[in-house]
Ligand binder design. Structure first.
Ligand SMILES: NC(=O)c1ccc[n+]([C@@H]2O[C@H](COP(=O)([O-])OP(=O)(O)OC[C@H]3O[C@@H](n4cnc5c(N)ncnc54)[C@H](OP(=O)(O)O)[C@@H]3O)[C@@H](O)[C@H]2O)c1
Length: 259
């Protein structure tokens, strides 16, 4: 009997939002290495080219589709263009996110709308569009990239953390409702990463060191650390896993004492 590689994604197509950022690039590359063709999305097409090139180097097909997820019409168009390009999209990774680094007392309504509309509204309606498509192709897999800040508090993360907590509950609810359509829905929660969204906070010369000390592995997340978790969850190896959150943080979430 031939041994099957249950992590193999050949024949699958994945859409990764926020694919020009540090973590989105990592996810796109890991999915491509596992055999999937990739649609990379973000607002800026130029920034997406680097990720697309890396996908091509893995011998996989790619498509670049720009869309602003905070705009409901663009969300719809992204879903339509994705399906028109590849006929089927089996995997959706809701990775794009916005944050505005401010103390809670300084947030404006504009900040509030940007963070909530990008992180929650955009991801929810994109998932809704794809659920309809996945239903028509017999199933699929949806991932929300959440954050440890959905469960713990930190300066400048009040609204951002609230959106990540919302996505964790949306993950459970959609998993519950869409299991009957053979659509699995899970989330992946990164801890602090050395590159990407947190970089502006590291300019103070203290935060990066403090977060590293709070991480038992003694380093922050880096290139290559996240994609494997996503590949696992969307693959056949995780076929009976839905509604779950997988934490990828070098132990950050279990650390209560700094030795
Ligand atoms: N970095 C960390 O320490 C960390 C920790 C925990 C969780 N996370 C999560 O991991 C994910 C990726 O984070 P990252 O560090 O890679 O972030 P990043 O480097 O800031 O990248 C964010 C990505 O989202 C896209 N994006 C932002 N606003 C958008 C919008 N309105 N419409 C469409 N795309 C938009 C950006 O592209 P454009 O600007 O071109 O649109 C970019 O590709 C996020 O969900 C984040 O919350 C990150």
């Amino acid at each position: 009997m031939t041994e099957q590689n249950t992590f193999n994604l050949e024949g699958k197509v994945a859409l990764v939002t926020g694919a020009s950022g540090a973590i989105g690039r990592d996810i796109s590359l890991a999915l491509a290495k596992a055999g999937a063709d990739i649609i990379v999305s973000g607002r800026n097409s130029e920034r997406l080219k680097k990720t697309a090139e890396l996908v091509a180097e893995c011998g996989r097909k790619f498509s670049i589709i720009a869309a602003d997820l905070s705009d409901r019409q663009e969300v719809q168009k992204l879903a339509q263009a994705s399906v028109a390009t590849f006929d089927h999209v089996d995997i959706l990774v809701n990775n794009a996110a916005a944050n505005v680094f401010k103390k809670a007392e300084r947030f404006t309504e504009t900040d509030f709308d940007l963070i909530i509309n990008t992180n929650v509204k955009g991801a929810f309606f994109l998932s809704q569009c794809f659920a309809q498509h996945m239903l028509s192709i017999g199933g699929g897999s949806i991932i929300f990239i959440t954050s440890q800040l959905g469960q713990t508090a930190m300066n400048f993360a009040c609204l951002y953390g609230a959106t990540k907590a919302a996505l964790m509950q949306i993950t459970r609810s959609l998993a519950f409702e869409w299991a009957k359509y053979n659509i699995r829905v899970n989330s992946v929660s990164p801890g602090p990463w050395a590159t990407g969204m947190l970089e502006p906070l590291f300019r103070d010369g203290k935060t990066e060191e403090a977060l590293t000390r709070l991480t038992p592995s003694r380093r922050l997340g880096a290139e290559g650390d996240l994609g494997g978790a996503v590949v696992f969850l969307v693959s056949e190896a995780a076929r009976h896993i839905t509604g779950q959150d997988l934490i990828v943080d070098g132990g950050f979430s279990i650390c209560k004492i700094i030795p």
